[in-house]
Design a protein around this ligand. Sequence first.
Ligand code: CXF
Ligand code: ZN
Length: 378
Amino acid sequence: TTEGKPIRCKAAVARKAREPLVIEEITVAPPLPSEVRIRVICSSLCHSDLTFRNLQVPPAIFPRILGHEATGVVESVGKDVTEVRKGDVVITVFLPECGECIDCKSSKSNRCSIFPFKVSPWMPRHGTSRFTDKNGDIISHFLFISSFSEYTVVDIANIIKIDPQIPPDRACLLGCGVSTGVGAAWRTAGVEAGSTVAIFGLGSIGLAVAEGARLCGATKIIGVDVNPEKFEIGKKFGVTDFVHAGECGDKPVSQVIIEMTGGGADYCFECVGTASVVHEAYASCRKGWGKTIVLGVDKPGARINLSSHEVLHDGKCLMGSLFGGLKPKSHVPILLKRYVDKELQLDEFVTHEVEFKDINKAFDLLSTGKCLRCVIWM
Ligand code: CXF
Ligand code: ZN
């Protein structure tokens, strides 16, 4: 048994900004109290993994093990862990839920205040790393998960036990991107039947918003993208109309959407990660009740430039959504059930799969816009 002992295994280490990950032998320490060591079965690649591999300014940190949408099997548990045990199948979620703080106890929030979300290089509870390289040097964690490794250590606040019958290469999608999009429509916006929705950016997050809006009964789901080919794939997830950004003549996209919806969409979602697109989305939602949700991750320091008068006069809501406003431990199992019941589409997000040794191919596919979700099998 490996319980209580360090494990030597392979991991894909991000050593330098913009460079391919390096597969090397590392050592994974046993879990501390409230932590779980898992053998990773597979992970899907999220755009944040690429963003942080490429980041050259603070909070850039190397060497680091990326990866945060994973399915795995519990290898051993730290002292005090009763929620899971050896052999359980789990998925990882980057947003911690302690279940004890006032925020976790409130139905209104998904921001745990005991383990506040941050892009930290350490474990959330003990503030240290469980990874060392062959020279004994410390390797940083990523989003509390670091799943591009045969074994990793994750806090119990970032783990959800799942039915082992669920395909691992589908369950892992719910650890970040797909949950974020579906949750943004369902929980953050609260899309009602008959609503109109505009989605800026039809990557995996935007398409997952469409899927969520479709499940909530939205009747008009407008996709906005610079790539017109996105309409075809969008249709599979419920997109009913399309605006080709950059090809609207001299009309701003917001004016096109206002005309298509008779005054502005009920709900707009920014899924690109560009502050100026947030402004365009905000301008596209209906005065008085329109709600704009920010999901995209812009460069550190990027600012949204809204005039005080426009905010006052328009009476709209602008809100950010982390993990789609989902409370991981209570809402992710609901999404899994909806997948098993064939209501929520997950299979359609997986466009590629690669073996662990070819992990850099997954990064290339994502950076050239060729994939939605690429599953990496360990
Ligand atoms: C993101 C959420 C917003 C900050 C960067 C990381 N999470 C997962 O991809
Ligand atoms: Zn992610």
